[in-house]
Design a binder for this molecule. Structure first.
Ligand SMILES: [Zn+2]
Length: 176
């Protein structure tokens, strides 16, 4: 039974690459009922452009990068949760934020991570070869927003550094 449940939990995670496409067609038919927590995961490019600031659009929908040391949340040490600026999904907790010195907000793991299991987080990893070298892109599982990249040079115990653009995030102070 436990194995069966685990398989069920893994399924939506594996299906994610196709989910966006289904979400798009579903929304056009006016069927967005199953996307409860998400404000608008499948907007068109023009709709995202209208909803977001030019900086937010450039980073999250066009895989841009904000200039280092420019972000609002770089030095934010308040307790709270960092949400996706596009769809409000909870992405990173302040408890896992650290100062990497790189100029971008850095986190050692995504919210919901359990050991090495990221199936309960709101992020996905994707191979990114856009700069000629293999990097791991981090995107919002719910709305496909580009968030940043993850590198294997973070602090123990995870050893990971999620290098995330401030403009892709919306901080909500307080308990979570
Ligand atoms: Zn999102």
């Amino acid at each position: 039974m436990e194995v069966f449940l685990r398989a069920l939990r893994v399924l939506p995670f594996r299906e994610v690459p196709g989910r966006r496409v289904r979400g798009l067609s579903g929304t056009r038919r006016g069927d967005a009922g199953s996307l409860t927590k998400c404000e608008s995961p499948s907007l068109t490019k023009a709709e995202w452009q209208k909803k977001l600031t030019p900086e937010q659009f450039y980073v999250t929908r066009e895989k841009g990068t904000e200039p280092p040391f420019s972000g609002t949340y770089l030095n934010n040490k308040d307790p709270g949760m960092y949400h996706c600026v596009c769809c409000d999904a909870p992405l990173f907790s302040s408890e896992k934020k650290f100062c990497s010195g790189t100029g971008w907000p850095s986190f050692s793991e995504a919210h919901g991570t359990s050991g090495l299991d990221e199936s309960h987080t709101a992020i996905l990893r994707r191979l990114d070869t856009s700069l000629g070298s293999a990097r791991t892109e981090v995107v919002c599982k719910q709305c496909d927003a580009h968030l940043g990249h993850v590198f294997p040079d973070g602090p123990a115990p995870s050893g990971q550094r999620f290098c995330i653009n401030s403009v892709a995030l919306k901080f909500k102070a307080g308990k979570h």
